[in-house]
Design a protein around this ligand. Structure first.
Ligand code: GDP
Ligand code: ZN
Length: 461
C-alpha cells in the first residue's frame, strides 16, 4: 500500500506541559532528520528503532533553533500505523506546538485528516482502535507495570468493557423503538422515560469508574513526577545518582547538564519515577530562597512526590523550615542524609516537622538507607487502589477525552429525562454516547446505528 507522510498534533491542545507532533509514512524519518540537530552531530536517519532522542529542531535553511525536543523514532511495522512513525515531544503551549507542526509541514508532510492515523492503523494492521493505541502505550511503557497495563488493554479489557456498555445502550434504544412502534401500554412515554433513566444511571456509574482509573493510568505511563528539594550540599544530586545507579534508568538519552532541571527516569520497585533535581538549576542557590515560598509552591505543585533532603551533620536552618512549609499538603518523604557524619541536626524537631510523612535516614556516601527509601516510595505509591491490579486502567488521552464526552451525553440524557423532555430528544443523547464509546474501539465510524439495530434485533416481526 502506498501512503504519503502525514502529521498532526496528537495530544489535546493546551493540556499538560508536553505536546506531541506525530508523523507517519515513508518520509517520516527523512523529514525529522532534516530539521533535527542532536548532540555530537547525531543523525536520526541512523537511529535504532524505538529509541528516544534529545535535541533541537532547527529551520534547515537558516539553522535557527525552533524548539527543544525529545524525538521518538519507531520503524514500521511495529508502530501504531504500521508505518515509520516519528513522535516529536515538545513544550505544550499552543504557539510552540504550532511552530513545530509548521516546520514539519514545510518539509513535505501533509496535515492528517481527523482520524487518519487511525485509519492507517486499520488499513495496515486490521486491529481495533483501542488495540492499536495500546501498541503505542506499549512502546512508551516505561516499566513492567505500565507494560502490563498496555498488554491488558491490548488483550481487549477496555474494548470488552466498552462493548458491554454500548450493548446496554443499544438494547435500551432498541427497546424504545419497539415501545414507540408497537405501543402496548397507554403510558409508553412514561415507561420509556423510566427505562432510559435506569440505564443512564447504570452507564454513568461505569463511565465514572473508568475515568477514575485514568489518572493512575497516566502516572504509570508517564512516571510519577518526583522532585528532590533541599538546601545546597545536603546531597540532592547524590540521591538522584544513587537512585539512578541502583535502578535501571529508563531514558538514557537525555544529557542532563544541558537542561535547566536534571531529569531522569527510573523504575523503583515497579514505580516509574520521573526524578527532577531542582538544584540542578544552580547548585549554589536555594530554590525557596531564590523564588520565595509562594512561587516554589507553584513550581512544586505539579509534582506527585517530593523528596525533601536534610543534612544530619548540620543544624536545621530557616531554609529547611521554609521548605517544609512549601511542601505542606503534598506527598513528601523526608530524608535525613549524611548519617555517617557526627549529628548536629535536632531530630525531635525534624520529626515534628515531618508529622504524618515518612522519614528515612541515609548515608548516600556509604550507601546506607537507600533500600528503606525505595521501600517508602513503593509503599506510598501502592497504598492506593493500584495494587489490586485487576482494574482496567485508561491511560490514553483520546480515550479519556471520549469517555468524558460520553459521560457528558449520559448526564445530558439524565437531565433531559428528569425534565420530561420528549423521548426522541433523549434518544439523541443516548445515541451520541453510543457513538462516542464506539470511537474508542473504532466502531461506529462506518456502521450506522440503524444497521446495528436491525442486525441485532428483530423489530418488524
Ligand atoms: P546537593 O548540593 O544537595 O546536590 O548535594 P550533593 O549531592 O552535590 O552533595 C554535596 C556533597 O556532600 C558532596 O561532596 C557529596 O559527596 C557529599 N555527600 C552526599 N551524601 C553524603 C553522605 O551521606 N555523607 C557524606 N559524608 N557526604 C555526602
Ligand atoms: Zn546537586
Amino acid at each position: 500500500m502506498e501512503f504519503d507522510t502525514i502529521t498532526a498534533i496528537s495530544t489535546p491542545m493546551g493540556e499538560g506541559a508536553i505536546a506531541i507532533v506525530r508523523l507517519s509514512g515513508d518520509e517520516a524519518f527523512a523529514i525529522a532528520d532534516r530539521i533535527y540537530r542532536g548532540p555530537q552531530g547525531k543523525r536520526l536517519i541512523d537511529a535504532t528503532s524505538h529509541t528516544i532522542h534529545y535535541g533541537h529542531l532547527v529551520q534547515p535553511k537558516t539553522g535557527d533553533t525552533v524548539e527543544e525536543v525529545m524525538i521518538s523514532i519507531m520503524r514500521g511495522p511495529k508502530t501504531f500505523t504500521r508505518e515509520d512513525v516519528v513522535e516529536i515531544n515538545c513544550h505544550g503551549g499552543i504557539v510552540s506546538v504550532n511552530r513545530v507542526l509548521q516546520l514539519v509541514l514545510s518539509q513535505g508532510a501533509r496535515l492528517a485528516e481527523p482520524g487518519e492515523f487511525t485509519k492507517r492503523a486499520f488499513l495496515n494492521g486490521r486491529i481495533d482502535l483501542s488495540q492499536a493505541e495500546a501498541v503505542m502505550d506499549l512502546i512508551r511503557a516505561k516499566t513492567d507495570k505500565a507494560m502490563n497495563m498496555a498488554l491488558g488493554q491490548m488483550e481487549g479489557r477496555l474494548s470488552q468493557l466498552i462493548r458491554k456498555l454500548r450493548q446496554e445502550i443499544l438494547e435500551t434504544l432498541a427497546q424504545v423503538e419497539v415501545n414507540i412502534d408497537y405501543p402496548e401500554y397507554d403510558d409508553v412515554e412514561e415507561m420509556t422515560h423510566r427505562m432510559f433513566l435506569e440505564k443512564a444511571n447504570l452507564v454513568k456509574i461505569e463511565l465514572e469508574k473508568l475515568l477514575r482509573t485514568s489518572q493512575q493510568g497516566k502516572i504509570l505511563r508517564d512516571g510519577l513526577s518526583t522532585v528532590i528539594v533541599g538546601r545546597p550540599n545536603v546531597g540532592k544530586s547524590s540521591l538522584l545518582n544513587s537512585l539512578v545507579q541502583e535502578n535501571k534508568a529508563i531514558v538514557t538519552d537525555i544529557p542532563g547538564t544541558t537542561r535547566d532541571v536534571i531529569e531522569e527516569y527510573v523504575n523503583v520497585r515497579g514505580v516509574p519515577l520521573r526524578l527532577l533535581d531542582t538544584a540542578g538549576i544552580r547548585e549554589t542557590e536555594d530554590i525557596v530562597e531564590r523564588i520565595g515560598v509562594e512561587r516554589s509552591r507553584a513550581v512544586l505543585k505539579d509534582a506527585d512526590l517530593i523528596l525533601l533532603v536534610l543534612n544530619y551533620s548540620d543544624d536545621l536552618t530557616k531554609e529547611d523550615e521554609k521548605l517544609f512549609e512549601a511542601v505542606s499538603g503534598m506527598d513528601v518523604i523526608v530524608i535525613v542524609n549524611k548519617t555517617d557524619l557526627p549529628r548536629k541536626i535536632n531530630l525531635n524537631r525534624v520529626e515534628e516537622l515531618t508529622g504524618e510523612h515518612r522519614l528515612v535516614t541515609t548515608s548516600l556516601l556509604e550507601d546506607q538507607g537507600v533500600d528503606e527509601l525505595e521501600e517508602a516510595i513503593a509503599s506510598l505509591f501502592f497504598a492506593g487502589s493500584l495494587e489490586t491490579g485487576d482494574l482496567t486502567y485508561v491511560s490514553n488521552s483520546r480515550h479519556i477525552a471520549l469517555l468524558g464526552q460520553a459521560l457528558q451525553s449520559i448526564e445530558d440524557a439524565i437531565e433531559a429525562i428528569e425534565a420530561g423532555t420528549p423521548v426522541d430528544l433523549v434518544q439523541i443523547d443516548f445515541t451520541k454516547a453510543w457513538e462516542l464509546l464506539g470511537e474508542i474501539i473504532g466502531d461506529s465510524v462506518h456502521e450506522g446505528l440503524i444497521n446495528q439495530l436491525f442486525s441485532q434485533f428483530c423489530l418488524g416481526k
